[in-house]
Design a protein around this ligand. Structure first.
Ligand SMILES: [Zn+2]
Length: 339
């Protein structure tokens, strides 16, 4: 038997890509954060790029949450929102990521600044139009309910934002944050309303909680993809169901290592998921915080598990096919990826 051959870094970098699981605020690079903090006179634990890179380095979940809160506090105006989206799109274009489906927590920004959702969305759409025109890359917005931060009333309000603006850059209602103590079933009201209005659900599940969370996301909230989902391997019946229904999993390998879902990349269930015929995509989650990029993720999994060029291209075709673009745009994207 021949040994599987890893793809070269040059091949991976040049390959056209699609990313389905990445957080906009979690993508703010240290240089951009520094600029935002200066603009808004917001204190940071470091005042150089090197210092911020050091501070970004993942230690544990409380530190991760603190970073997230600090950088959200540095966003004060619609211009700031446009800047982070602008910077994100440039970073994706630099990696040849043609299309991204980005989770954005409008609720946190609204709580901190009272900028109405409509104004936040207008800023994001300005950057989106710029990205399409100047860089040739697109993005769709998944507006999430932060499960551990939004109360019931706010969860309904976020659901209403999404239903009212679906199609205007907004592609889905998301559910993110720390799963423990916040099962999908608790959010049935906004997700039922979204479903009634043909708005897709994209739920984080099976990362910090096990199979029950994935069952809830799939069966109660009708999640069209599962954010992470890697802990499905703990339940054979669930693996079978995910395979039969071909529900896409948004796998984020380095994030899983950082958050302790697995100890080392080599222990990641990724090859097992692929072998069992599950629908797998590869993503970054919060790239600068986990010291990664989409290119790095592909280089790492190729190195660790021997995925070759064809397999990596297959991950990207799967991502294109699982995107929530209108049908004609999705087909066009699939063709660009295949070419
Ligand atoms: Zn995530």
């Amino acid at each position: 038997m021949t040994q599987p051959k890893a793809a070269s870094d040059a091949f991976i970098k040049a390959m056209p890509k699609v990313e389905l699981h990445v957080h906009l605020e979690g993508s703010i690079r240290p240089a951009t954060l520094l600029e935002l903090a200066r603009r808004n006179k917001e204190p940071l634990p470091a005042d150089t790029i090197e210092g911020l890179e050091q501070w970004y380095t993942f230690t544990d979940f409380p530190h991760f949450a603190e970073i997230y809160q600090t950088l959200s506090r540095c966003i004060k105006t619609a211009d700031d929102i446009e800047l982070i989206a602008h910077d994100f799109l440039q970073g994706q274009a630099d990696q040849n990521v043609l299309h991204s489906e980005v989770t954005y927590t409008a609720h946190t920004i609204w709580k901190n600044t009272q900028i109405p959702f409509e104004k936040q969305l207008a800023a994001l759409n300005k950057a989106r139009a710029w990205g399409e025109k100047e860089l040739g890359v697109s993005m769709g917005l998944i507006i999430d309910i932060p499960r551990d931060w939004a109360d019931d009333k706010d969860a309904v309000m976020i659901g209403d934002w999404v239903v009212d603006h679906h199609g205007n850059g907004v592609i889905a209602l998301g559910l993110a944050g720390y799963e423990v103590g916040f099962p999908p079933e608790d959010f049935a009201v906004p997700f039922d309303r979204a479903a009634k209005n043909n708005v897709p659900a994209v739920v984080h599940a099976g990362e910090t909680m096990g199979p029950d969370s994935i069952w809830g996301a799939m069966d109660r909230l009708q999640s069209v993809r599962i954010g992470h989902g890697v802990r499905c391997v703990e339940d054979p019946k669930l693996v079978e169901t995910l395979r039969d229904r071909q529900i896409p999993l948004e796998v984020c390998p380095t994030s899983n290592v950082c958050l302790g879902v697995v100890d080392r990349l080599e222990d990641h269930p990724l090859p097992k998921l692929v072998d069992q015929g599950l629908y797998v995509t590869i993503n970054t989650d919060d790239p600068p915080m986990f010291g990664t990029t989409l290119n790095d993720e592909l280089i790492r999994v190729s190195g660790a598990f021997g995925f070759g060029e064809e397999e990596l291209q297959h991950f990207m075709s799967q991502a294109a096919r699982a995107s929530l673009l209108p049908k004609a745009d999705r087909k066009a994207l699939e063709n660009r990826i295949a070419a």
